[in-house]
Design a protein around this ligand. Structure first.
Ligand code: E4P
Length: 218
């Protein structure tokens, strides 16, 4: 399973890189805005910095919602660095653009997926990744993890190469359940990745080991 970090914060990305388990990064316009990145030049330069930090796929989202605009922005993003994956929203022109990008060998991540039908359409268009949003479905009283299961099953039935990138993963149990269901990738904030480190019995056990060692060795 691949771990992507869902942030545009360079410090958090660096910390995840240093942990040695990071496979890529996802961003979105809200995450870029949170870092105060504004204007095309600043956005492009920020993506370049992220690509320099991480050896893996970096999803950069288009803002345009019309076909020509998505193609223009997507090609400019793809030109930035070989690791850029063009993140395209699940809309009609987005699907057409994913088809175009896939024929040109440009990697894509179809974002804002909330149904199995949307995921199937994106896979048929040739998306590299689909991003079903687990947490946002849970937020409205649906079962986000059930959607992961549906998409994993459908892609496996037909052997689609499109990878299931579980997004909007908010806590450790989400991540573990995505792993159990066979999601190819999870993307989540740094605290979810580092949350995997913790168990109270680990802390208690280590404290005992160190105390016993000290009793004998001083
Ligand atoms: C996916 O790529 C999105 O950036 C992200 O996972 C959304 O997460 P949120 O619902 O916690 O904002």
């Amino acid at each position: 399973m691949k771990f992507f970090i869902d942030t545009a914060n360079l410090k958090d990305i660096q910390e995840a890189v240093e942990l040695g388990v990071l496979d890529g990064v996802t961003t979105n316009p809200s995450l870029m805005a949170k870092e105060g990145i504004k204007g095309t030049d600043a956005v492009m330069s920020h993506y370049r910095q992220i690509c320099e930090l991480v050896d893996g796929d970096v999803s950069a989202e288009v803002i345009a919602t019309d076909y020509d605009g998505i193609i223009r922005e997507g090609e400019a993003l793809a030109d930035l660095h070989p690791n850029i994956v063009v993140k395209v929203p699940m809309i009609k022109d987005g699907i057409k653009a994913i088809k175009y990008f896939s024929e040109k060998g440009i990697k894509t991540n179809c974002t804002l997926i909330f149904s199995a039908g949307q995921a199937l359409l994106a896979a048929k268009a040739g998306a590299t990744y689909v991003s079903p949003f687990v947490g946002r479905l849970d937020d409205i009283g649906h079962d986000g993890l059930q959607l992961i299961q549906q998409i994993v099953d459908i892609f496996s039935n037909y052997g689609y190469p499109t990878q299931v990138l579980a997004a909007s993963v908010r806590h450790v149990p989400h991540l573990i359940q995505c792993a159990e269901l066979g999601a190819d990738v999870v993307t989540c904030p740094l605290n979810v990745i580092t949350g995997l480190l913790s168990h109270p019995l680990t802390d208690k056990g280590l404290a005992t080991f160190l105390a016993d060692h000290k009793k004998v060795n001083g």
